[in-house]
Write a protein that binds this ligand. Structure first.
Ligand code: UD1
Length: 444
């Protein structure tokens, strides 16, 4: 449970439709990885459209501890990353970041290439399941790294230059695919990755690496081939905008019967979400610079929904959408196939008046990895139900934003604790809420 401090509490006066415009920044699921990629180069890199969020601060600090200079560039949201003198970091300093983020695991490959060894603190991230790192470690061992797991973290070494390898992932993991990319680009020879994740953020990371001089081809059927090179330069890259944040605001517009223009939202990265949004009864209009999302009036429609890896319905879109589904007429059936434990947030919605029943069975067309393993990973949502205010404690990033959406659409004043957690992934969300006319107050 997040620590409670007075200024971490938000009073949300619900029942006000969100109306207005917000602007997206670079994607949380791309930017920290592009920052890590800069460590592979021998020249400075420039990353544009960087959001002011905790993951960016943590990765900046870790890069600095390893001798990379991280300074603001000319335009707002620009970072200049100079890896001219990469050094081994003090282990105690690195360890101070234990539990703060999952991104440090992606430092492994770059540090092994640059220094021959690496120390990675115990990982954090949202508490949405076990989130093991077995794929990552298997991949690193296949490249020739030696991995020593100790209580305080991972000690890795590469006695020789890492060698290209054939990897077949048991599941198209985003993080493990990034691990292969960030390690394979400087490994000797060819790396072939099967069952790769192909999320748009991964394709954007490949674009970054290609700018640095990497040779990576994306084939059909989730196959990625990397031809290792001896040296990489820097890059200049404008990060893709955050399609997950875009969907959060779209769902907030729908659940509060509002109308929000999301500047920077890209249709091509959100097609699956847009189909579902329309099926539920939401309206949207794609413009040159963003997408307008609104509730067109009338009843919303329940639907069956399964989360999946890209191009399926992204798991991070699920929680905000579920809030809107509490307002849809009929039974919505949800099957979460990416994380075993991403439905815990529904308990809070139930305490606000939603009717949601969780199931251990796979309630969807595709049996998933969790069906026989006793995880509550399916849900039936019966609507519409009026939501009323409640006292809520934010559990994780997307769950937290969903609580906010629920509180914004509920009647009465909700007390929301732990809002700091939302800063991990949403830049200036309080400013954005205010700009959309939400009635929220931070408790001093
Ligand atoms: C990333 C995203 C997260 C998104 C997720 C899936 C970032 C910072 N986070 O997380 O927002 O929800 O992709 O699109 O980009 N797994 C293992 N062993 C491993 C690695 C993963 O079993 O070594 C399992 C996980 O427990 C999970 C599934 O694979 O069930 C997917 O995880 P993965 O795609 O790796 O997610 P992340 O990269 O952590």
């Amino acid at each position: 449970m997040p620590e409670r401090t007075a200024d971490d509490v938000l009073l949300v006066h619900g029942g006000v439709p969100l109306q207005g415009e917000i602007a997206l920044r670079g994607a949380k699921n791309l930017v920290p990885k592009a920052m890590v990629a800069a460590l592979l180069g021998h020249e400075p890199s420039r990353l544009l459209n960087v959001p002011d969020i905790d993951d960016v601060h943590i990765v900046s600090r870790l890069l600095q501890l390893h001798g990379v200079s991280v300074t603001p560039g000319e335009e707002p949201g620009e970072l200049v990353l100079d890896p001219a003198s990469v050094v081994q970091a003090n282990i105690a300093d690195v360890d101070a970041h234990a539990g703060a983020s999952r991104i440090p695991i992606l430092f492994c490959g770059p540090l092994l290439h640059r220094l021959g060894h690496a120390f990675i603190p115990d990982l954090g991230g949202c508490r949405i399941g076990d989130r093991p790192i077995d794929f990552h470690l298997d991949v690193l061992r296949q490249f020739g790294a030696e991995v020593d797991k100790r209580p305080q973290g991972l000690y890795l070494s590469a006695p020789e230059r890492l060698r290209g390898t054939k990897v077949d992932l048991p599941f198209p993991s985003v993080g493990a695919t990034e691990q292969v990319l960030l390690t394979g680009v400087l490994a000797e020879g060819v790396t072939e990755l099967r069952n790769a994740a192909i999320e748009p953020e991964i394709i954007d990371l490949i674009a970054v690496l290609q700018k640095m001089g990497a040779i990576i081809t994306v084939h059909t059927d989730r196959v990625i081939r990397i031809t290792g090179v001896d040296r990489l330069g820097g890059y200049r890259h404008r990060a893709m905008s955050d399609r997950l944040e875009a969907a959060s605001w779209a769902c907030a517009a729908l659940a509060t019967q509002g109308d929000v223009y999301v500047r920077g939202a890209e249709q091509k990265d959100m097609m699956t979400f847009l189909n579902v949004f329309r099926t539920v009864g939401g309206a949207f209009d794609v413009g040159d610079e963003g997408i307008r999302f609104w509730h067109p009036g009338g009843a919303l429609r329940a639907l069956p929904l399964e989360t999946d890896v890209h191009p399926g319905f992204q798991t991070d879109w699920q929680q905000p959408l579920v809030v809107a589904l509490t307002q849809a007429t009929g039974l919505s059936i949800l099957h979460e196939t990416v994380y075993e434990n991403r439905l815990g947030f529904t308990e809070a919605l139930a305490s606000m008046g939603a009717t949601i029943q969780l199931y251990r069975e796979c309630l969807g067309g595709t049996p998933c990895r969790f069906g026989q393993r006793n995880f509550l990973h399916s849900a039936v949502i019966s609507g519409p139900t009026k939501l009323h205010a409640a006292e809520l404690v934010i559990p994780d990033l997307r769950g937290g934003f969903s609580y906010l959406i629920a509180a914004l659409s509920a009647q009465g004043t909700s007390v929301v604790h732990g809002i700091e957690l939302i800063n991990r992934g949403y830049e200036d969300f309080l400013g954005k809420l205010a700009g959309l006319g939400a009635r929220v107050e931070r408790v001093a």
